[in-house]
Design a protein around this ligand. Structure first.
Ligand SMILES: [Zn+2]
Length: 341
């Protein structure tokens, strides 16, 4: 049952695939979101099972707006990287347990439309640019602070990928070269080990192991292992000095990372998003901004703004829709197509 006013294959779809949740949306050809839904990422399941769940979510959305699968023209997916946007192969996603998984190809088998894949942080940055900041800035750097730390480099409204698709891995800038905490990348002292949600929770547990953090422990029901960045944020919000120190320390390290970025790229804007940054707000951004300004060459510091994201946890999904629309209209120059059989 196709509605007359809706031309065939006019809908575009975006799927933001995270380690814990999948957020999907369908938009009209102008990029206006008409339906969205979310579900949990199946933990410990194979790539094909995760793809099955993504496809099911899209079918549910199509049914919700009364559209058939034939009305879908293109799908764009934001996935954890590193990945290859040219082939849609996810090279390595530790949270999902994937290595060299052909995500675009597998999803294309379900819908027989082109599927494009890019790094989730790149697309979140693209979403923040297009739906949030493009009228103020031509370029921006996007930093996501959540379980880990990622980033996207948006130049002239497009994503800068680097030679092998890995540009913007801001979380692995080395901040403490010797003796810093070990990182999932195999290095040590990376920004991610000092300012991510995982790092904030680890600092809280270390504090408790030293006999401190009474308020934090109480908030976590005396289960130290249950403490997350959210617990630390809640305690800090309640005025707990120890929790506030942990958040400020994370902000301090984030500020050092931002100073490095400013010296490399001289951006007009750095937009900070991600679940942990969104939750902590100025408690994290204030110290980060202060430390960044203290460390950058004044001429560069005067012209950069550090701003919270405008889209909350929908930046990634909206970025997928930007990519989908650009590829549909031929305005995209990133990623490549993988056509269904
Ligand atoms: Zn690292």
């Amino acid at each position: 049952m196709k509605q007359k006013e809706r031309p065939l294959a006019s809908l575009i779809a975006g799927i933001d695939l995270g380690g814990t949740k999948i957020l999907a949306g369908i938009a009209d050809q102008h990029g206006h979101l008409v339906a969205e839904a979310r579900t949990e990422t199946p933990a410990g399941k194979s790539g094909d099972e995760v793809v099955e769940k993504m496809a099911g979510l899209l079918r549910q959305l199509l049914a919700q707006v009364g559209a058939g699968e034939g009305e879908l023209s293109v799908i764009a997916v934001g996935a954890p990287g590193p990945l290859d946007p040219e082939t849609g192969i996810v090279r390595q996603a530790p949270n999902l347990g994937w290595r060299n998984f052909p995500l675009a190809d597998r999803l294309a088998r379900h819908f027989r439309v082109p599927v494009y894949v890019d790094n989730d942080a790149n697309l979140a940055g693209l979403g923040e640019y297009e739906y949030g900041f493009q009228h103020r800035f031509r370029d921006l750097l996007y930093v996501t602070v959540s379980t880990g730390i990622g980033g996207g480099i948006i130049i002239n409204g497009g994503v800068y990928h680097g030679v092998s698709g890995g540009a913007g891995e801001f979380g692995h800038m080395v901040i403490i070269p010797d003796g810093g905490p070990g990182c999932s990348c195999g290095g040590q002292g990376c920004l991610e080990t000092l300012a991510s949600g995982t790092a904030i929770a680890a600092r809280a547990r270390e504090l408790i192991a030293r006999g401190g953090g009474k308020a934090l422990l109480a908030l976590a029901g005396n289960r130290g292992g249950d403490i997350t960045a959210r617990t630390v944020g809640a305690a800090a919000m309640n005025g707990d000095g120890e929790a506030l120190d942990i958040v400020r320390r994370a902000g301090y390290y984030l500020g050092i990372g931002l100073a490095n970025l400013v010296h490399v790229l001289n951006p007009a804007a750095i937009v900070i998003g991600g679940g942990v940054a969104n939750g902590l707000g100025e408690m994290l951004l204030g110290p980060a901004r202060q430390e960044m300004r203290r460390r950058v060459m004044p001429v560069l510091g005067r012209t950069v703004e550090v701003l919270p994201g405008a889209l909350g946890d929908r930046s990634g999904l909206l970025g997928c829709l930007v990519l989908a629309r650009r590829m549909k209209t031929g305005a995209g120059d990133i990623s490549s197509t993988v056509q269904g059989p």
